[in-house]
Design a protein around this ligand. Structure first.
Ligand SMILES: NC(=O)c1ccc[n+]([C@@H]2O[C@H](COP(=O)([O-])OP(=O)(O)OC[C@H]3O[C@@H](n4cnc5c(N)ncnc54)[C@H](O)[C@@H]3O)[C@@H](O)[C@H]2O)c1
Length: 379
């Protein structure tokens, strides 16, 4: 079968996301499957060129996976004739400059979120990228739980949607008596950290794509743990580690999402969304989704003098898989590769990324100024 090779400069592949989700679970998984079938019968064959700061680490990583192409020289990688795509999973503050270089070299760009540190910079990137194809990671949309939620919306299960309540988070260790399970830059604002910057871009595309455009935000943020410890010793946690947000959507839908690295999990999954509608409700996590329809809704009566008489959790029905769900990052990569090679539609572009950054920026403004902030339309 004919192979259509496509060179991809992958920057930041020694990191958590770059390595596990993008290199191993997406690009290498596509190669292991024999490439991505194209409409003309050929196979799209991604050829990763690994880029990073540390040549020895890249060499070790490449050898581990039988890859030969790696370099610490980004511009040289971007200048190669066989390269069509630049991918960025570096720490956020380094992204803008690297993407600009990729755009100057005429490459299509796919990147982790957030697109850049500010709306102004993100918009500028979107404008500078008018001549190429762009994409921003929106992996949560491709999770089984959210796919099922999308199915319920498409099948008009909810009737009129009233509200969405999201709980995201878990305890991230402070690093003193047990090592932290996330990189320490996440807890320093000056290094691009903070849970609003990290999570609001996700909430933006989830809300916008599943339900309706987001028109206003009210947020309260905290740095509950002001000092943490990493390999270099104690450091000041200057970024928010919890955010309590209210998002107003078109159609009067109110979404309320807690995001926290300082909460202990008493849920079935690390993120859960409850959607309440006139005809039914659903609770979706990363994988599972349960529903309760109008007809199946119990009629509890408030009486604190009596013990609970029914098991509310048992009154929900499990939504079946009905299909095989692949890794969400890989599914979006496949869409982007087809977009580049076959010009298929790809709605998750830089402008979608800008709207995610905008929600984070205005969420932080809301918290700083202690008020509700409306979200202007971007052009
Ligand atoms: N889509 C998602 O669900 C998701 C989840 C977590 C993180 N992210 C995003 O992915 C990006 C990377 O996050 P991560 O958790 O993989 O981070 P990480 O710290 O594990 O990896 C960061 C990468 O950037 C490189 N880097 C370059 N300069 C650096 C510097 N000065 N300091 C530290 N690292 C430097 C590192 O070598 C590494 O390859 C971030 O932009 C983050 O917002 C996305």
């Amino acid at each position: 079968m004919e192979r259509r090779s496509i060179g991809i400069v992958m920057n930041g592949v020694t990191g958590r996301m770059g390595y596990r989700q993008h290199l191993v679970r997406s690009i290498l998984a596509i190669r292991e499957a024999g490439g991505l079938p194209a409409a003309d019968g050929s196979r799209i064959w991604p050829e990763p060129i690994l880029v990073g700061r540390n040549g020895a680490k890249l060499a070790e990583l490449a050898a581990r996976h039988g890859l030969t192409e790696y370099t610490t020289d980004l511009d040289a990688a971007l200048a190669r004739d066989d390269v069509e795509i630049y991918f960025d999973a570096q720490v956020t503050p380094l992204r803008e400059d690297a993407i600009r270089r990729a755009l100057a070299a005429g490459r299509h760009v796919y990147t982790e979120k957030p697109l850049a540190g500010t709306v102004a910079a993100s918009l500028d990137l979107a404008r500078a990228a008018a001549h190429v194809k762009t994409g921003v990671v929106q992996d949560k949309l491709f999770l089984p739980g959210l796919r099922k939620l999308q199915r319920l919306v498409d099948g008009d299960f909810f009737g009129r949607i009233l509200s969405v309540r999201g709980e995201f988070g878990y305890w991230v260790f402070e690093g003193d008596w047990q090592p932290a399970q996330r990189p320490s830059w996440n807890y320093r604002a000056e290094d691009g950290g903070g849970i609003v910057v990290d999570m609001f871009p996700h909430w933006h595309y989830v809300l916008e794509q599943l339900f309706a455009p987001v028109r206003a935000v009210t947020a309260h943020i905290s740095t509950h743990i002001p000092e943490r410890v990493d390999d270099n010793g104690p450091y000041k946690a200057t970024a928010d580690d919890a955010a309590y947000g209210i998002f107003e959507l078109d159609g009067g839908i109110v979404a309320q999402i807690n995001s926290s690295w300082t909460t202990r999990v008493f849920r079935d999954e690390l993120v859960e969304f409850q959607v309440d509608g006139t005809h039914g409700s659903a609770v979706a996590g990363l994988r599972g989704c349960r529903i309760q329809s109008r007809a199946g809704t119990p009629k509890p009566v408030w009486n604190p003098d009596l013990p609970v008489t029914e098991s509310f959790r048992d009154q929900w029905q499990t939504v079946p898989d009905n299909e095989e769900f692949d890794n969400g990052f890989k599914v979006q990569w496949e869409h982007f590769l087809r977009h580049v090679v076959e010009d298929t539609p790809f709605p998750w572009d830089f402008m979608a990324g800008v709207r995610g950054v905008q929600l984070a920026e205005l969420g932080l403004r809301s918290a700083r100024e202690g008020r509700r902030v409306e979200i202007p339309e971007l052009s």
